[in-house]
Design a protein around this ligand. Structure first.
Ligand code: MRU
Length: 342
């Protein structure tokens, strides 16, 4: 399933309505896109890269301009707002900056509009291709009969089409391997229970839903062979991914279970380290209520801490699965080699 595409405007699956409704949202300007990103109608690092790219194409079409310099200033300003809509996944800014660069190199408004859309389409296509490559490399790490634990949603919905960690699982299945998945619910916004189980059931892949706090017992009982997760940003000492990933990594180490991270090279931000990354903190109401004001889950006045991501130090990561191959430690030596192939 294609999550995001262009048809006179940006069209995307509204992920807030799944699994109850499959609805396509039409996004006609940058403000609507920023709102969709903030409320997670579109989400997942690679999908955000495509959204950022298409968003700059949208910015070039939002208004009529006579003056090319004023047009470029306007697009730059819109691009900056878009790139900062969510701070943790580096891919959003990567998608925005790549298209913005093409706009600023253009020599007329007409050319900039055409080039921006072409570049955004290329980014979306590249995402599909690299996910399948990553899937092929990652599938080699999976054995027939494996049970894999995952968190959040890293499938078609989190990318343009195939998926990163779920893409690896899909590719293993295509190779004829029987794979079972345990999906963590992923509180508070339940990307695991709402999106991952929905995607896997559609593919006919055996999936069992657990709450996040059940990860320990399933590992302790020997029910999990491997953990595979995605990433929002990989810096030189950690992998930032959905909140709860760090706990899974520590548990996996304790139980001797391999812990893999699947992510494209655009998710690597190797010049930075853990302390440089802003972890998005989301609304307290995500914990005080369960999706709507009718379902209160905590006292209105309770203090809340709601970080959306956590850093997992690289010492917990068995290998990084990328579209250029699988990278094993020592990462400080091996990652720069693979980044050169970008
Ligand atoms: O807050 P979200 O739903 O955007 O968080 C998404 C994740 O943490 C994913 O695991 C990550 O983006 C990798 S998606 C292929």
């Amino acid at each position: 399933m294609r999550t995001i595409y262009w048809e006179d405007c940006i069209k995307m699956v509204d992920q807030t309505l799944l699994p109850a409704n499959l609805k396509i949202l039409e996004i006609k300007n940058v403000d609507e896109l920023i709102d969709a990103i903030r409320r997670l109608a579109i989400r997942g690092a690679p999908a955000l890269e495509a959204a950022g790219a298409y968003g700059v194409a949208l910015a070039t079409r939002e208004r009529d301009f006579e003056d090319f310099e004023k047009f470029k200033d306007y697009v730059k300003e819109r691009a900056e707002l878009l790139a900062n809509a969510r701070p943790t996944a580096v891919n959003l800014a990567v998608g925005v900056e790549r298209v913005l660069k093409r706009v600023l190199e253009s020599s007329s408004i007409d050319e900039a509009r055409k080039i921006a859309l072409k570049e955004a389409e290329e980014i979306a296509e590249e995402d599909i291709t690299r996910n399948k490559l990553m899937g092929g490399f990652g599938a080699k790490l999976i054995e027939d009969g494996d049970t894999i634990l995952t968190i959040c949603n890293t499938g078609s919905l989190a990318t343009v089409e195939w998926g990163t960690a779920l893409g690896v699982i899909r590719s293993a299945r295509l190779e004829g391997k029987e794979v079972r998945v345990f999906a963590c619910e992923t509180r508070p916004l339940n990307q695991g229970s709402r999106l991952t189980t929905w995607e896997l059931l559609q593919d006919g892949i055996d999936v069992t839903l657990i709450t996040d706090s059940m990860a320990g017992i399933v590992m302790q009982k020997g029910m999990i062979d491997k953990v595979i997760v995605g990433a929002d940003r990989i810096v030189r000492d950690a992998v930032f991914n959905k909140i709860g990933t760090y706990s899974l990594a520590v548990l996996a180490k304790e139980h001797g279970i391999p812990f893999f991270v699947a992510a494209p090279l655009t998710t690597f931000d190797w010049t930075r380290s853990m302390k440089d990354v802003v972890i998005e903190e989301r609304s307290a109401d995500e914990l005080r209520y369960c999706f709507c004001k009718e379902c209160r889950t905590a006292p209105e006045e309770v203090k809340v801490y709601n970080p959306a991501f956590d850093p997992t130090p690289l010492k917990y990561v068995t290998a990084l699965i990328t579209e250029k191959g699988v990278v094993f430690p020592p990462y400080e030596r091996e990652v720069p080699k693979i980044l050169k192939l970008k």
